[in-house]
Design a protein around this ligand. Structure first.
Ligand code: TRP
Ligand code: ZN
Length: 472
């Protein structure tokens, strides 16, 4: 294992998205008006300073029903999204996140609603104000050529076309490139995703495959994820794939889709999936979902993998360590979601530490050895550029300090409380926040409660203090 490898092949050039800074001011104003004015508008964001326009205020989406048709040669997408939602305040209007694409119609409870586009916001004004607590159904029809978004760190995410389809990875904000979303992990929903593609191509999404049917040269795949899922973890990846399906001894339905160009490299690693999930279940508690699997695409320009819920997505054949990482995210990141992107170490530090634990328990380096190798990096090293509990901006959320120093934080915790309490803490965390959310402060409190130790110094130093921690 090369300890300093951060998960993605990083591109550190900071590219500020067009208008990102200027957009902040109207957002704040809109939020104030929404809270105090007579208009009862839902907010244009979920209140996350790293991605101020991600997500929306004023309603919760309980279920998305997406019906998509993708033409792999013209790269045209036709979509219909039905969002079963609940107002959490009176709503005279509300926003959805959607970028690019053309909206051809919006209805609320079957009645045509007015809409306008404002950057990544699709602003919907229903005929009548929706009262707080009310359930309502929004239907949006749209089409066009989806394009990925460029994130503050220069990476792209969302609907990324490939030579045989599309690699669809929405972290942190790419869901809006292919469906109208309440696109912040604060809002979790169940999903039905139906995708029609040219015959011979396969469309892979989350959860279980309810059915597939070929007609007039096109195949329709019907997928369902019934456990709550953040929008960024939804996928609808399309390509030429070899498919393998089986049920594990634990009753988990596995669906693997592999680009033939990656098949020989992927096979020995994917074979380990049941044993990796069984191993992780012993350490972290029961696997949080009923289905599992992998999508191994050939998308050489992407440069990262994504822990799509139930079905991690790889841009090429993963190594075993990456498979372990994305598998661990099913507990840490997918089942237990972030409430703010600044807490990203709860995802990446945990998944990275799972890699260390896996190595330690399978004849590789001990976690202590991996920790020591990292700690040997001089104070000037990029590893110590910022503390993982406070990455400072969306530009840093997938950078080395989050992954490596985040994992080091867990190792320090383990040394402070001892193995039995450490693994009790991890299991209690996954169990208490299953299908929900967690914050760094909650994790700190849980660790303190279970161990009976004062851990605030440890967390303060490792998560929140600039520079290389003094004594390890
Ligand atoms: N969460 C992914 C992982 O750790 C990495 C990732 C997803 C990513 N989207 C990204 C990295 C965008 C950089 C840019 O496995
Ligand atoms: Zn990760």
């Amino acid at each position: 294992m090369t300890p300093l490898r951060s998960r993605p092949a990083r591109c550190r050039t900071a590219v500020l998205r067009r208008g990102a800074v200027l957009a902040t001011v109207p957002v704040v104003l809109a939020a104030l008006v929404g809270a105090t004015g007579p208009t009862a508008a839902g907010g244009s964001g979920a209140g996350d300073p790293y991605f101020p326009l991600s997500g929306n205020g004023g309603y919760h989406v309980r279920h998305y029903d997406l019906t998509l048709r993708y033409d792999t040669s013209s790269r045209h997408l036709d979509g219909r999204a039905v969002l079963d939602s609940r107002a959490t305040q009176d709503l005279s209007r509300f926003d959805l996140d959607l970028t690019g694409l053309k909206v051809t119609g919006v209805t609320v409870d079957g009645t045509r609603a007015a809409f306008r586009r404002d950057g990544q916001e699709l602003v919907v004004t229903p005929r009548h104000t929706l009262r707080a607590g009310r359930d309502f159904r929004v239907t949006v029809t749209y089409d066009g050529t989806p394009k990925p978004v460029t994130d503050p760190d220069g990476s792209t995410d969302g609907w990324i076309p490939t030579d045989d389809g599309a690699f669809v990875a929405g972290e942190p904000q790419g869901a809006m490139t292919w469906f109208p979303a309440n696109g912040h992990p604060k809002d979790k929903s169940s999903y039905d995703i139906t995708i029609t593609v040219p015959q011979g191509r396969t469309a892979v999404s989350n959860g279980v495959l309810l059915g597939q049917r070929t007609e007039h040269g096109r195949t329709t795949f019907r997928w369902r994820e019934s456990r709550p899922m953040a929008a960024y973890l939804a996928t609808a990846t399309v390509g030429t794939f070899k498919v393998e399906q089986y049920t594990t001894a634990d009753g988990i339905h596995v669906y693997n889709a592999v680009d033939p160009r990656e098949a020989s490299a992927a096979a020995p690693v994917l074979k380990q999936l049941p044993s990796v999930l069984a191993w992780a279940s012993r350490l972290f508690g029961p696997y949080p979902f009923r289905s599992a699997g992998s999508i191994v695409d050939h998308a050489p320009d992407v440069g990262y993998a994504l822990e799509a819920q139930t079905r991690p997505l790889y841009d090429s054949a993963p190594d075993l360590s990456t498979l372990v990482h994305e598998s661990a995210h099913q507990w840490f990141g997918d089942s237990v979601s972030l409430t703010a992107w600044k807490d990203i170490w709860l995802n990446e530090g945990f998944a990275t530490y799972a890699e260390w634990l896996y190595a330690e328990q399978h004849g590789g380096d001990s976690a202590q050895k991996t920790f020591d190798a990292l700690y040997a990096h001089p104070a000037s090293d990029h590893l110590w550029a910022f503390p993982p509990g406070d990455p400072g901006s969306g530009r840093n959320i997938f950078d080395t300090p989050v992954y490596a120093r985040g994992a080091m934080t867990l190792h320090e915790l383990r040394r402070a409380v001892g193995d039995p309490d450490f693994f009790r803490i991890l299991r209690a965390w996954a169990a208490a926040h299953r299908d929900g959310h967690g914050t760094t402060a909650q994790f700190e409190r849980l660790a303190g409660r279970i161990s009976g130790k004062r851990l605030d110094g440890l967390f303060r130093v490792w998560l929140f203090t600039e520079g290389k921690p003094k004594d390890a």
